[in-house]
Design a binder for this molecule. Structure first.
Ligand SMILES: [Zn+2]
Length: 68
């Protein structure tokens, strides 16, 4: 055995954490979230808790409405 170099030179990056919103792997750009959307969700939640400001219109869901 020549050379006892172990492949441990690579500094382990911090373990990937799942997105706190949806559980998907987090993205670097939106850490610790997976996407800007989830980041906004969290931000909006925080904002709505601190300030009661009207947010931008999100996709409207007509689910839950009983028609006729
Ligand atoms: Zn997410």
């Amino acid at each position: 055995m020549a050379g006892s170099e172990a492949p441990d030179k690579i500094t382990p990056l911090r373990p990937k954490r799942p997105c706190p919103e949806c559980g998907k792997p987090s993205a670097r750009a939106f850490y610790p979230f997976c996407s800007r959307r989830c980041k906004d969700i969290d931000l909006n939640r925080w904002l709505s808790g601190a300030y009661a400001i009207p947010g931008p219109p999100i996709e409207e869901d007509e689910d839950g409405r009983s028609s006729e």
